[in-house]
Design a protein around this ligand. Structure first.
Ligand SMILES: [Zn+2]
Length: 1078
């Protein structure tokens, strides 16, 4: 598809096929012989970055697939000279075209079979009905073990042709189906032979690892099987495809031919950022032992052996530490009867458990905010994991904003030559010149350059290099890690300007926010920006430098969208800044008199995609209603009367248009963020796919109105400010590796899974979380430690290619008790929530709810029957899981999974989007909010940050029992703060904090606290500010009186209380106990 020599991506057609898992031997969105060769020889482009990109752009725009230069251009389009509507309507020039849509329906594609609940029959029906008054369907549970199918939630290749997808389980996943063919296990080298040669007889080394990994990815279903096998994986059955299928795959995880050590010693990419390595002076011979000053006393000096900790996996020290429960608090060993000790909620925020590792290892471990595991003690076999009935998985927040991040600039990034793991704190140095990979046990040479430590400026201490001292580190990537010159930051805004949109008044807010933050958009001199508006037609804006004012171009042919004047629509922000500002000032007024009610969202998205596909970038779409015209038009599906029913609700997309377009976007490095501002049902289940598969985000402002809903206006403003100015990574991919024997099989989050386990992230943002499920494929009996490593390769807004690497190390245990002791209840709940969203979509909401309940019953039953020796009455739980029933009950009452009439469909879908896309810490707050009493704040135990005193009131149980009418209570539910004020609250609280004289004078809508000159006000404001500062988004504050409409929301979060449709915490515990003690 691509013209030889043009470093553009492959055409749309091939990219979709590849995304569908049906790529031909040469078909892959990134496959491009010339560019690959260029990469290999490092001559494809000038490696002096940035700056080389622009001159390549013209070549890209000639790509016939994008259809841009074929038509359009000033000679065929007469731009308007003013804003006045109706503008000149443009019609397609009579030129043959290659419409994007034609490729969207290319051929039949194997479809994933329907999910079937294999496990349901195995579990007897509980005798006690869980929903009061409701008939239970057969209970379901999760089998956490890995199906050999290896399907990813997000990777189902079932973008079928035709619109028959409606109602289908579009997001079908196999993770619940238990099966396993031992013959399909991978064939890594055995750990017992770490020094042995690489496996022989396999495919050529270029794809060695992937080929091995592919062997256990074979799928039972023939159609899916062939698809997977052709997806960039060179297995023995596919000899014709030894060419590289996926260049990103090659770059991040590919074979050794792409390793810097072997192919390119070009040190020209060296920056003054972070640690940069000057070349060693010639004849540098300093091999004397480095000073041990400043090192922990337990560290051995280098010449006498490997790092202190690196010996432990090989010796008995670690084992001793593990068995002695070194880092476990004695409290952690307690067994608790939850029916007797119901209040197990700590009064301070719950901390993640500390892995039971030797302190020298733990000291270097990854921050749990970035990377944590549901089980901090990994069971050594799948059989043991199965016994525990707990899910094994990882939760990641890989691009989180960090205060401190070591950045390494080096022409040599040291990676395992077998599995491509980045060198990390948990490798072992066999001697000065060799290190052993902690994931595959390959012994690797230490490159000469690595012998020099830039921190100490000493030679001969590779174990003290920053790469080996930091579990989180960022590398400046040399040119081998690029498929093309790093793309410029490109921002395209797509605005709904229909009558409905104009009514909400959102455009004024958004344009003002853009004006305010224009100079703060992450970028550099190459930043590009563009705007599209749409109603029943699509409007483009020429912002060409030199124009006296922006020119509006209207395209009315929404059946076959084309781009007029493509070169003037996405413009350099610096060069055209005045025109951009001009447009933003004018835009809100341009459509005030519109009568156009139709919405051609689908065609507008197609146009935006065409405009961006040559470069990639970020598309921000603002939509206020159900799309009604052209492709992607949707119909109302919500039936308010059915809300209470857990069945028959429309959680699946009604069309696959948005998913398909998202996959096209993903292939061209375009991410789509959707801002939905709608009071009416807008079918977020369908629309959300555009963001989900393109690695974008969904923002939802129900009932946004500039006058009637000031809270939403404030929320949008604050969140836009964050959105526009936060860090952004472009053209990113992420891969998660784990120690041989473990296997990752299901991914959760917004992305598309390209070749097997490579997550494609056209954009990555610091507020996105991810989760994966794992299984133990081979016994870890010979191992005492396992590691997990995520590597995120991205282009920064400054045009630098970077790799952010996190490595987590955990102990392996052999007993069930140890597995339970190390359980991380928040991570478990978070992973279960992700799994339950999938289950809701593939099966039903009630299935998902039952599976959540059964997760608790199964694990606690396993604990009772296999760990506890004497079976006392009550509900006995390990200390680590003391909050498990509470958190699961909270999930059942969370908007995603609740029953009852409260949840509108779009709100439920949005909550599900949040579950999938939020980092764990935010998900937990949304699920189980923190409740504080705030009318009696004191400085006792307060934090002192930057001379500010921040009170730390104790966290209360979520029950009305904890409320009293003479107090004021703040509930922190993540995205919203609710301050409930009791009628009899002290007069001083009204006057000193709220600034009113009495309860009756509290305004009906109060969303901010005044900053009064009183200590009470200062404390309250400081506390609320502090809560807000800890999250990237802006939680709106509601002050709630008894008459307030928000009071219902407040009470709904009282998780421990009984509601019409849900059990109280105590009832829930009784139910669990009955099931467990059966
Ligand atoms: Zn390795």
């Amino acid at each position: 598809m691509s013209q030889p020599g043009i470093p553009a991506f492959g055409g749309t057609l091939t990219s979709l096929q590849a995304q569908n898992g049906a790529a031909s031997a040469s078909g892959s969105p990134y496959t491009n012989g010339p560019i690959q060769n260029a990469l290999m020889s490092s001559q494809g482009y000038n490696s002096q970055l940035p700056g080389s990109y622009p001159h390549l752009i013209p070549a890209k725009t000639l790509n016939p697939v994008s259809g841009q230069s074929t038509y359009g251009g000033p000679q065929t389009v007469s731009p308007l000279s003013s804003y006045q509507r109706p503008g000149q309507t443009l019609h397609r020039p009579p030129v043959a075209s290659t419409p994007v849509t034609s490729s969207l329906h290319s051929g039949p594609v194997p479809r994933m079979p329907q999910h079937t609940s294999h496990n349901s029959a195995a579990i007897p029906m509980p005798s006690v009905s869980f929903h009061p008054g409701a008939n239970l369907p057969p209970p379901l549970n999760w089998q956490y073990n890995y199906p050999s199918a290896g399907s990813q939630t997000n990777d189902c290749p079932n973008v079928s042709s035709g619109p028959t997808m409606s109602g289908n389980t579009n997001l079908t996943s196999h993770q619940y189906v238990s099966s396993g063919d031992p013959s399909l296990q991978n064939n890594f080298i055995k750990s017992g032979a770490p020094l042995g040669p690489l496996p022989t007889g396999g495919p050529p080394p270029v794809r060695a690892l992937t080929a091995q990994k592919s062997s256990h990815r074979t799928v039972p279903q023939p159609s899916f099987n062939s698809a997977i096998n052709q997806e960039g994986i060179t297995s023995s059955t596919n000899n014709g495809s030894l060419v590289v299928h996926n260049n990103y795959d090659e770059i991040e995880g590919g074979g050794f031919l792409a390793t810097p050590q072997l192919t390119n010693k070009n040190p020209t990419i060296s920056r003054s950022v972070g640690y940069s390595y000057p070349s060693l002076p010639p004849g540098y011979q300093n091999t004397t032992p480095p000073s041990t000053t400043g090192m922990p006393p337990s560290s051995l000096s280098y010449p006498s052996g490997p790092q202190a900790f690196s010996q432990m996996p090989l010796g008995a020290n670690h084992l001793t530490a593990s068995m002695s429960g070194l880092s476990l608090h004695p409290e952690g060993l307690r067994v608790i009867n939850l029916l007797q000790e119901r209040n197990m909620l700590p009064s301070t925020p719950l901390q993640p458990p500390v892995p039971n590792l030797h302190e020298d290892i733990q000291r270097l471990n990854c921050n749990p905010e970035l990377f944590r595991c549901t089980l901090t003690s990994i069971p050594q076999t799948q059989a043991l994991l199965n016994k525990a009935k707990l899910p094994l998985g990882l939760l990641l927040h890989p691009f989180k904003d960090l205060v401190q991040l070591p950045v390494v600039t080096s022409s040599t990034i040291v990676r395992c030559r077998s599995c491509r793991t980045y060198i990390n704190p948990f490798v072992s140095f066999l001697d000065q010149r060799r290190w052993k990979c902690n994931l595959c046990y390959q012994v690797n040479d230490v490159p000469e350059e690595f012998m020099y430590n830039p921190l100490t400026r000493a030679y001969g201490e590779p174990h003290r290099r920053p790469e080996v001292q930091n579990a989180t580190i960022e590398f400046m990537a040399p040119s081998e890690y690029m498929l093309r010159p790093p793309q410029p930051p490109v921002y395209l805004f797509v605005f709904d300007v229909s009558h409905n949109a104009v009514e909400t008044g959102y455009l004024t807010s958004v344009c003002q926010s853009l004006l305010d933050n224009l100079d703060l958009l992450p970028g550099n001199t190459r930043t590009k920006i563009g705007f599209i508006t749409f109603d029943s037609t699509i409007h483009f804006y020429s912002l060409q430098e030199g124009l006296s004012q922006p020119q509006m171009l209207i395209v009315s042919d929404i059946e076959d969208v084309f781009i007029p004047m493509p070169e003037n629509l996405l413009v350099n922000l610096n060069e055209s800044k005045e025109l951009v500002q001009d447009l933003l000032k004018t835009l809100p007024q341009m459509f005030t008199k519109t009568l156009e009610t139709q919405s051609a969202l689908g065609p507008a998205l197609q146009a935006a995609f065409k405009l961006m596909s040559p470069t990639g970038g970020r598309m921000s779409v603002f939509q206020t209603q159900l799309p009604t015209l052209g492709v992607g038009a949707l119909k109302p599906r919500e039936e308010p009367n059915q809300r209470s029913s857990a069945k028959e609700i429309h959680l699946t997309p009604s069309t696959d248009f948005y998913k398909k377009l998202a996959l096209d976007c993903s292939g061209q490095q375009v991410a789509v963020d959707l801002f939905l501002l709608s009071g009416q049902y807008s079918d977020l289940a369908s629309l959300g796919c555009i963001s989900r598969y393109s690695a974008g985000s969904v923002y939802y402002y129900p009932s946004y109105h500039h006058q009637h809903n000031p809270v939403q206006v404030q929320k949008l403003q604050k969140e836009l400010q964050r959105y526009l100015t936060r860090k952004i990574g472009f053209e990113a991919v992420m891969r998660i590796r784990c120690t041989k024997g473990l296997s990752i099989h299901t991914f959760h989050g917004n992305f598309f899974v390209r070749s097997t386990d490579l997550l494609s992230l056209p954009n990555v943002n610091p507020d996105a979380g991810y989760a994966v499920q794992m299984s133990v494929e081979e016994s870890l009996m010979d191992t005492q430690l396992v590691s997990f490593q995520s590597a995120l390769l991205y282009t920064s807004s400054k045009g630098e290619r970077r790799i952010r690497v996190h490595t987590l190390c955990l102990p392996v245990v052999s007993t069930l008790n140890e597995v339970f002791l190390g359980a991380d209840v928040q991570a478990i709940s978070g992973l279960l929530a992700n799994m339950a969203v999938d289950r809701s979509v593939t099966a039903s909401l009630s299935d998902a709810r039952d599976a959540l309940v059964n997760a608790v019953i199964d694990s606690l039953s396993a604990y009772r029957s296999s760990v506890l020796s004497n079976h006392q009455p009550g509900l006995m739980v390990p200390f680590s899981l003391r909050l498990f029933p509470l958190f699961v009950l909270a999930l059942l009452k969370q908007k995603s999974f609740q029953t009852g009439t409260n949840a509108r469909l779009d709100e439920r879908i949005f909550a599900m989007c949040q579950v999938k896309n939020q980092p764990l810490v935010h998900l937990m707050l949304t699920t189980h909010p923190n409740l504080y009493r705030v009318d009696n704040l004191s400085d006792e135990g307060a934090l002192n940050i930057n001379d500010r005193t921040i009170p730390q009131p104790p966290i209360l149980q979520l029950s009305v029992e904890k409320l009293s009418r003479d107090g004021a209570f703040l509930m922190d539910a993540g995205s919203v703060l609710m301050l409930w004020v009791g009628k009899n609250c002290g007069q001083h609280f009204f006057s000193q904090v709220l600034g009113v004289q009495s309860y009756a004078l509290i305004p009906q809508t109060m969303t901010d606290l005044p900053e009064l000159d009183t200590p009470e006000s200062a404390r309250t404001v400081a506390f609320i500010c502090w809560l807000r500062e800890q999250r990237p988004f802006f939680p709106v504050l509601y002050v709630i009186r008894d008459e307030s409409p928000m009071k219902a929301n407040f009470l709904q979060n009282m998780v421990e209380d009984r509601t019409e449709s849900a059990l109280s915490y105590y009832e829930f515990l009784l139910h669990i106990q009955q099931q467990v003690n059966k």
